[in-house]
Design a binder for this molecule. Structure first.
Ligand code: KG4
Ligand code: ZN
Length: 343
C-alpha cells in the first residue's frame, strides 16, 4: 500500500552547485545548495574543479537536507537525481551517489531531466506560487539554455525556439567579464543596471528568423564597444558602469521579449512562465508582470530559490514521476546532452 506521505530526496549536480532537497507530497521540507566559489577567479566554471567539489560536498549536503527535513533516511520513498544535461564529470557524482543510495535503502530511483526541472519547479506546492494551467509557455533562461517551450502536460514539452549560439546567462556572464566583474556576472549586471540609464548606449540586436535567439553577436558588439571606449578613456568602465549595465540589460530583455511576444501571437497561449537562473533577473520579472495589464497575459514567476540550480526542482519532478510509477533502473546513465522532451 502507498504511504500517505511521499518523501522524495532530490539530488542536483549538473554544473557548479551541489544541491539536495527533501519534499513531501510536493512541498519543500529542505533545499540545501552548496555553491562552488572556486570558479569565480577563473571567470567561468572549470569542469574538473566542479566535479571534485561535488565529491567533497555531496555527503554533507545530503545529510543536511535530510536533517533539515526532520526525517530519517529510512522514511524516503524514492531518490530523484539529475541525469542531464550538464557537465559529464559533475553529473556522474550525483548519478553514482543516487544509485548507491537507492540500492542501500532499497527504494526506487528516478532519473530527472534538468531542463524539465527548471520548468516543473512551478509545480512545487508553495503558498507564494500559482501553478500554470496546461498548455502554457515557459521561457527557460539559464547559463546553459535559452528556450521557449510549450508545455502540454507534465512530460510533454516542445521547444518552439532556442538559442543558436550562446545562452542568455552566458551573454550576461561574458558581458560582465568584459567589464571586469567576477563570475557569475548576471546578478551583478542586474544590480548595477538598476542604477543606470538604459538608453545611454545602444547595442545592435541580432536578426534571427522565427522564435530562435542568438547572443554571440551581442557579446562581440559589447567587447568592441568597450575596447574602443577604454582606448579613448581608460576610466570609461568605472565612470559609466551603471549605464553600461543598464544598456546591456535593456538590449537582452528586449531580445527575449520580442520573441516571447511572437510565440504568444503564434500559439495564442497566454499563460506564460519563466524559469532558470536568469529568471531571477529583476527587469525580466518587471517587464513580464507589466504584460499582465498591457497584453492580457497571466504570468507565473517562480520564487528566487527555485530559479537558479537547486534540488527542489529535481525533487518535484521525482514526485510527479513517482505518482506515475515512472521509475529508472541502475543501468540509467548520466547524459551530458539531453533535449527538454527526453524523459
Ligand atoms: O539555472 P542556473 O543556476 O544554471 C544553469 O543551469 O545554467 O543559471 C545560472 C545563470 C548564470 O549565467 C547567472 O549569471 C544567471 O543565471 N543569473 C542572472 C541573475 N541571477 C542569476 N542573470 C541575470 N540577472 C540575474 N539576477
Ligand atoms: Zn539550470
Amino acid at each position: 500500500m502507498k504511504n500517505k506521505s511521499i518523501y522524495i530526496l532530490g539530488i542536483e549536480s549538473s554544473c557548479d552547485d551541489t544541491s539536495a532537497s527533501v519534499i513531501c507530497n510536493g512541498k519543500i521540507l529542505s533545499n540545501v545548495v552548496a555553491t562552488q566559489e572556486i570558479h569565480a577567479k577563473y571567470g567561468g566554471v572549470v569542469p574538473e574543479l566542479a566535479s571534485r567539489a561535488h565529491q567533497q560536498n555531496i555527503v554533507p549536503v545530503i545529510q543536511q537536507a535530510i536533517q533539515q527535513a526532520n526525517i530519517d533516511k529510512k522514511d524516503l520513498n524514492a531518490i530523484a537525481f539529475t541525469r542531464g544535461p550538464g557537465l559529464m564529470g559533475s553529473l556522474l557524482v550525483g548519478t553514482s551517489f543516487a544509485k548507491s543510495l537507492s540500492l542501500a535503502l532499497d527504494i526506487p530511483l528516478i532519473a530527472v531531466n534538468h531542463m524539465q526541472g527548471h520548468v516543473l519547479a512551478h509545480f512545487i506546492e508553495d503558498e507564494s506560487m500559482q501553478k500554470p494551467p496546461f498548455p502554457f509557455l515557459c521561457l527557460t533562461i539559464s547559463g546553459g539554455h535559452t528556450q521557449i517551450v510549450k508545455i502540454t502536460n507534465y512530460f510533454t514539452m516542445e521547444v518552439l525556439g532556442e538559442t543558436l549560439d550562446d545562452a542568455v546567462g552566458e551573454a550576461y556572464d561574458k558581458s560582465a567579464k568584459i567589464l571586469g566583474l567576477p563570475y557569475p556576472g548576471g546578478p551583478l549586471v542586474d544590480k548595477y543596471a538598476k542604477l543606470g540609464n538604459a538608453k545611454a548606449f545602444k547595442f545592435t540586436k541580432p536578426k534571427v528568423d522565427g522564435l530562435n535567439f542568438s547572443f554571440s553577436g551581442l557579446k562581440t558588439g559589447i567587447l568592441y564597444f568597450i575596447q574602443k571606449k577604454v582606448k579613448e578613456n581608460p576610466n570609461f568602465i568605472e565612470e559609466n558602469l551603471n549605464d553600461i549595465c543598464a544598456s546591456i540589460q535593456y538590449t537582452i530583455v528586449k531580445i527575449l521579449f520580442d520573441k516571447l511576444k511572437k510565440a504568444v501571437e503564434e500559439t495564442e497561449i497566454n499563460h506564460i512562465a519563466i524559469a532558470g537562473g536568469v529568471s531571477a533577473n529583476s527587469e525580466i520579472r518587471k517587464v513580464l508582470k507589466s504584460y499582465e495589464a498591457s497584453l492580457g497575459w497571466t504570468t507565473y514567476i517562480p520564487k528566487f530559490e527555485f530559479t537558479t540550480d537547486n534540488a527542489g526542482m529535481i525533487a518535484i519532478v521525482g514526485y510527479l514521476k513517482y505518482l506515475e510509477n515512472n521509475f529508472s533502473n541502475t543501468s540509467t546513465t548520466a547524459t551530458a546532452r539531453l533535449k527538454v522532451n527526453d524523459n
